[in-house]
Design a protein around this ligand. Structure first.
Ligand code: GDP
Ligand code: MG
Length: 461
């Protein structure tokens, strides 16, 4: 998600990271880069303008210029301001009311309302054990009611049937009465969308809102529409007291303009993002995590926490010293790294948190699951000590023996060799200081003298 924006911004950030001194000149350059990146990501102009102004003000202020590492101080400012425009903390659903808590869905046609009803049902059932009833007021497309029924069945929501010849208000009131009778915790009302905003649709949804008095009125919008998403949200928000936004299809959105614009333009928080077509593809929106991801920093802080509790510091330091001496990263080291990783909760929990993961090609991300790690360890286990220490001696006859030894194919061994070479290269770069400096700047809690967490960037990317 947000690959393009993340690429651009993390490049800018990388340039700054090494700068011990900030001058008017390099601040100007950096701000121009950030501005271009945001515009290309289709962030709304007023948002870009405000954002850049705030950064500029803080950049020339004490907190940045007086700091020991101004480049990093500026990155911190960019990070904080990214969080600020996206809305500080995660805003969750507020269902504190006399049940049934009514959630009204609003949005244009095709935005993902009906799908999101299913996702929310699943979320509420799994996370808070709520009973959920759903009803469709989309009388304009006969298939729409059927679509909701199918989704309701998949999520074990109670489906309240409706017919295309009923009025939306009639359906809504009947559903509410039924939800009360059945002591439902939550009632989610799906509505019709139009292709564009029109007065009739706004009239209809406003009427539904008045009748139902929902605790949550969620605006569902397709993130691929970029800054238009924020503008449509604003138009709806002017007509309806929205309580939040659900940004859908972020899985297909490489730009991210909507995520950055919505809050600022509408004043409403993004509460969830849709990350796929399946009904479990819904995530609460966390501005801080998103900002870190956008800057390619991953969840560095929580990674450090994990590293501190679970990682073998002695080994980490030994590896760092070795790399600092210019020695290569061999299979013994790789196996250590992978064992550490399994200890730290496996690949999936770590991948998103690692700095620079945005730059990692998707096919590599897919490969990097725990099963793959265990396979890699199996291959390494079937090498001799000499082969582990000196990977370059592994030629074709050795490859065949290693493959046979672990019950895999020669091509698996080849792939591992290639990964080891890539990692060795990456590790050498980090050992020149990049990673260590970043880590130290992130709190300086890690052991000094070359102690970066062994996980840090240890993957080809
Ligand atoms: P509605 O007209 O607003 O009710 O939209 P629908 O719920 O019918 O969704 C329209 C299309 O968008 C469907 O094909 C959904 O599968 C798809 N969709 C919805 N949310 C997401 C999402 O988060 N990611 C992806 N990739 N597709 C989505
Ligand atoms: Mg629909």
């Amino acid at each position: 998600m947000f690959e393009n924006l993340s690429d651009r911004l993390s490049k800018t950030v990388k340039k700054l990271r090494g700068q011990a001194r900030l001058t008017d000149e390099n601040i100007k350059d950096a701000l121009r880069d950030v501005r271009m990146a945001l515009l290309e990501a289709d962030v709304a102009l007023p948002v870009v303008r405000d954002f850049i102004n705030r950064i500029r003000e803080r950049a020339v202020g004490q907190e940045v210029l007086d700091s020991l590492t101004p480049g990093q101080a500026l990155i911190k400012v960019v990070h904080e301001e990214l969080i600020e425009i996206m809305g500080q903390a995660n805003a969750s659903l507020n269902l504190n009311t006399q049940p049934p808590a009514v959630i009204l869905m609003a949005g244009l046609q095709g935005a993902g309302k009906t799908t999101t009803v299913g996702k929310l049902t699943r979320f509420l059932k799994e996370k808070s054990k709520k009973t959920v009833m759903v009803a469709s007021c989309d009388i304009y497309r006969p298939a729409a009611i059927k679509q909701l029924e199918t989704i309701a069945n998949q999520t074990e929501a109670v489906f309240f049937p409706s017919e295309p010849n009923q009025q939306p208000t009639e359906i809504a009131l009947a559903a509410l009465a039924q939800a009360k009778r059945q002591y439902m915790d939550v009632l989610i009302i799906d509505t019709a969308g139009r292709l564009h905003i029109d007065a009739e649709m706004m009239g209809e949804i406003s009427q539904l809102h008045k009748l139902l008095n929902p605790v949550e009125t969620l605006f569902v919008v397709d993130s691929m529409t970029g800054q238009d998403a924020a503008n449509t949200a604003k138009a709806f928000g002017d007509a309806l007291p929205l309580t939040g936004v659900v940004l859908t299809k972020t899985d297909g959105d490489a730009r991210g303009g909507a995520a950055l614009s919505v809050r600022h333009i509408t004043g409403k928080p993004i509460k969830f993002i849709g990350v796929g077509e399946k009904l479990d593809a819904l995530e609460p929106f966390h501005p801080d995590r998103m900002a870190s991801r956008i800057l390619g920093m991953g969840d560095v802080l929580s990674l450090i926490e994990q590293a501190q509790t679970k990682v073998d510091h002695e080994k980490a330091q030994k590896l760092a010293r070795k790399l600092n001496k210019g020695k290569g990263f061999d299979f013994e080291d790789l196996r250590d790294q992978m064992n550490q990783m399994l200890k730290m909760g496996g690949m999936s929990s770590l991948l998103d948190k690692l700095p620079g993961m945005g730059a990692m090609p998707a096919h590599l991300k897919d490969q990097a699951n725990d099963k793959e790690i265990r396979r890699m360890i199996a291959i390494i286990n079937s090498m001799t000590l000499e082969e582990r220490r000196n990977p370059e001696v592994i030629k074709s006859s050795r490859k065949r023996r290693i493959a046979a030894g672990c019950g895999l194919q020669v091509q698996d061994v080849n792939r591992l060799l290639k990964q080891q070479q890539q990692m060795s290269k990456v590790m050498k770069q980090f050992s020149k200081g990049g990673m260590r400096k970043l880590m130290q700047s992130m709190k300086g809690k890690l052991p000094t003298g070359g102690g970066f967490p062994p996980m840090g960037g240890g993957f080809p990317g």
